[in-house]
Design a protein around this ligand. Structure first.
Ligand code: 13P
Length: 247
């Protein structure tokens, strides 16, 4: 799975153009899921462009209620209505700037799943937490609380995005990423059983480029990537997709 998180970039027109370029550049590429996550205002237009293609649409966030007096929020069914199949939940930028917690992440995941929207749950430690040696504790909390009460991982993807690697040009080494992915998979195995943990897709995110994706994806427990900056240009995103698909 390769997911491009466009964050707060691109107008509707620019999003449509990029979505078209991604479809053209990946025609004939098979064997995995390609996803783009535009801003809310561009979701429906991008979904229209991608209809019938193998590229799916994700929202960057979702609220945990169906409807009501929640100014500024968007419900899962509304995102489905706009053409989304997936939604990011708990991105570190949401946690940092909008005070989202593992508890609200959990509520969002539950509500998304109940509406048929597949969550891509983001977890990751800060630089300070890594330096203090508490990476596994932090990730463990995020995964356990985030997924608390969720019976099945069938529609769940987890993205490990070390905060210090996001937008910094300093990606985790393949070995560092693999180490945390193994930790997450073991943790999930303890709750959901080995078979479910083996089949859940674990993405790495943080300064992924067409240059470093090959080594990252070569690691046994890295099943894809969540890509920020390099997904905003069709050449680099398509380069990443082609490297992974061997095309
Ligand atoms: P960058 O690829 O720009 O580091 O962003 C990663 C990210 O946050 C994707 O969600």
């Amino acid at each position: 799975m390769l997911a491009g998180n466009w964050k707060m970039h691109l107008t509707i027109g620019e999003s449509i153009a990029l979505a078209r370029a991604v479809v053209e550049g990946t025609t004939g590429v098979t064997g995995g899921d390609v996803i783009v996550a535009p801003v809310f205002t561009a979701l429906a237009s991008v979904a229209g462009v991608l209809e019938g293609s193998q590229v799916a649409v994700a929202a960057q966030n979702v609220f945990y209620e169906d409807k009501g007096a929640y100014t500024g929020e968007v419900a899962p069914a509304m995102l489905r209505d706009a053409g989304c199949t997936y939604t990011l939940i708990g991105h570190s930028e949401r946690r940092k700037y909008f005070h989202e917690t593992d508890g609200t992440v959990n509520a969002r995941i539950k509500k998304a799943l109940s509406a048929g929207l597949k969550p891509i749950v983001c977890v990751g430690e800060t630089e300070e937490e890594r330096e203090k040696g508490v990476t596994e504790f932090v990730i463990g909390q995020q995964v356990k609380v985030g997924l608390y009460g969720i019976d099945s991982l069938e529609h769940v993807t987890v993205a490990y995005e070390p905060v210090w690697a996001i937008g910094t040009g300093k990606n985790a080494t393949p070995a560092q990423a693999q180490e945390v992915h193994v930790f997450i998979r073991r943790l999930l195995g303890g709750v959901y059983g080995g078979a479910a943990a083996d089949s859940v897709r674990l993405l790495y995110g943080g300064s992924v480029t067409s240059e470093n994706i090959g080594r990252l994806i070569g690691m046994e427990d890295i099943d894809g990537a969540l890509i920020g900056g390099a997904s905003l240009k069709s050449e680099s995103f398509i380069g990443i997709i082609k490297t992974v698909s061997g095309g």
